[in-house]
Every structure is written in C-alpha cells, then in structure tokens.
Design a protein around this ligand. Structure first.
Ligand SMILES: [Zn+2]
Length: 302
C-alpha cells in the first residue's frame, strides 16, 4: 500500500558561514519503506547528501496543495549542528531522521513544565528555554533550567550509541595544566576555551584554584537520582574543581541558588558554546557542557 510522503532535504552550504537552503520534494514510499520508530538504518532511505543539491533544484518549485511548508526554523538549525534530515508526514508533522535511523518528533504538541520537558522531551523542548548570557544572577524560577532538556536519541546518534562508541571518539585536550579526554566533535571548542583560560590564569593566577583538581569529563553514567544519561556520558561536559562547586542536590531543605565560580571563567566557556550549570535553578556550578545550538540565534528564536 502506498501513501504519499513528503520528504524534505535540508542542505547546509558552508562558505564563510553556514547557510542553509531547504527544499521539499514529494515521494511515494510504501509503508514498509517508512523509517522505523527506532534505529534501523538498513530500512531507512539513505540521505542523498551527494545529490541533495540537484534534488533541491529539481523539486524546489513543487508547491500548491502538496507543499508541506518550510522546515521549522529550529529543526533546520538543529540539523546543521547535529546532522540528520527533516521529514514530514502527510498530516504535516515534522520529525528528525537521525543518521543512525532513529526518528524523533520535532513537536509532540504537548504543553509541558520544564520538569516534563526534561523527563519527556521532543526536539522543540530542547530549544524552548532561552539560555541567558551576561551578568551572573541568582536563579529563583524553578522553571529556569536552560540546557537541561536533552533528547537522548540525538546525542546517541551524534556522539556514540554506547559508552564504548563514545570512548573511541575521545581525544586529548590540554586545559589549565591537565590533559582531559573529550569527544572529538567538541574538542576544538574546549581547546579554544583552554586558550581563554590560559590567558585568564596569566592575568590572575588566583583563578588557578578553580582548576586544581578537575571533577572530570567523560564518564558513562546517569544523572544522579535519574535514569537519564548525563552529558558526561557523551564526552561533551567538563566539571572543574569540585571544591569550588555548589550543587542543588546538596542543598538542605529548600533549593536556594549558590555560586562561587567567577564570571570570567563562565564567560570563557560560554564564548565557545558551553552552557554553565550555574544558570540553572537546579544548579551545578562546576558543570560546563558543549551545546552550540543554544548559542545559535537561528535555533532559539521562535
Ligand atoms: Zn558535570
């Protein structure tokens, strides 16, 4: 049995900056050919990256009743950072087909609290809370946890299906006199952070105490008290000196935001696309995590 499916091919052309061009084309596929709900790359039509430009040119004029509309801006932006391709069903619901064959919804249509977004996120939820920059301020809104929403399928497809796969992709990065292991995709950004930190330490050696003993980088584990993977399991997070850290789970009684990490260190990481756990109501102030999409206006603007 055949059904009409709309396939959208997201094209990323990098010249001096990445420029995305998107075009939709229609395609008849049998139900048996439809992408599976979870990873089975063999049954999934291959992403036509080599011929994508030609496809787009040939089909860009398709429109009218069959035009499924443009790829949601945030979804197109996520594809630029993480890969995969946008697909849309006959009802107009968009999903991301990941390079490993997994398909995750862009918008499941549910309205959620932040805790619900964290527990059961769609891709849109990952971008829903704007990550703030600038002066460090106490976080008093329980909903304010920007960066704690993670669609695990996206990270698995991007960084490795399991701990062994992630471990194979780790490389050495020198940071503040240490050598740490970091995912090769995120390592260039961490190296740039390290250069910024080196400059800070030269100007103010007292900042060394924040890097005396690092809390660590890659560690295949769940987030404390949950069954969700920590960003450390993907090799994209680093904890700086634990003795200077504050963590919401250690708060006695009511959660009251605390922080001892200076703004200069936070800025060094944020400038290279790392979110900081000190911007969260559920704070974790030694924690920095590479999440470039949250610093990309195209991803976070509605
Ligand atoms: Zn951490």
């Amino acid at each position: 049995m055949l059904e009409r499916r709309f396939w959208c091919v997201a094209l990323a052309t990098y010249v001096t900056a990445a420029v995305g061009a998107f075009a939709c084309r229609t395609r008849a596929v049998s139900r048996a050919e439809s992408p599976p709900a979870t990873g089975d790359a063999a049954a999934t039509p291959a992403a036509p990256s080599a011929t994508a430009a030609a496809d787009a040119e040939a089909t860009a004029s398709i429109g009218g009743a069959e035009d499924a509309g443009a790829v949601p801006r945030g979804l197109a932006c996520l594809i630029e950072h993480y890969g995969g391709r946008a697909v849309v069903d006959a009802a107009g619901a968009w999903s991301l087909e990941l390079p490993d064959g997994a398909v995750v919804p862009w918008d499941d249509g549910r309205s959620k609290t932040t805790a619900e977004r964290i527990a059961s996120p769609d891709l849109e939820d990952m971008l829903a809370l704007r990550y703030p920059r600038g002066a460090i301020a106490p976080v008093t809104d329980v909903e304010h946890d920007p960066g704690r929403v993670r669609v695990e399928a996206l990270f698995r497809a991007t960084y490795g299906a399991d701990a062994r796969a992630v471990a194979r992709s780790l490389v050495d990065v020198k940071l503040a006199g240490h050598v740490v292991r970091f995912h090769e995709r995120a390592a260039p950004a961490l190296s740039r952070v390290a250069a910024r930190i080196d400059a800070l330490l030269r100007a103010d050696p007292s900042l060394r105490r924040y890097f005396r003993e690092l809390g660590g980088t890659f560690h295949p584990r769940n987030i404390a008290g949950t069954n969700r993977s920590s960003a450390h399991a993907w090799g994209i997070a680093i904890d700086i000196d634990t003795s200077m850290s504050d963590y919401w789970r250690n708060a006695r009684g009511e959660i009251v935001w605390r922080n001892r990490i200076p703004a200069a260190i936070v800025e060094a990481f944020e400038a290279e696309g790392f979110v900081w756990g000190g911007r969260w109501f559920h704070y974790d102030t030694m924690h920095f995590e590479w999440r470039p999409e949250l610093f990309d206006e195209r991803c976070v603007s509605p």
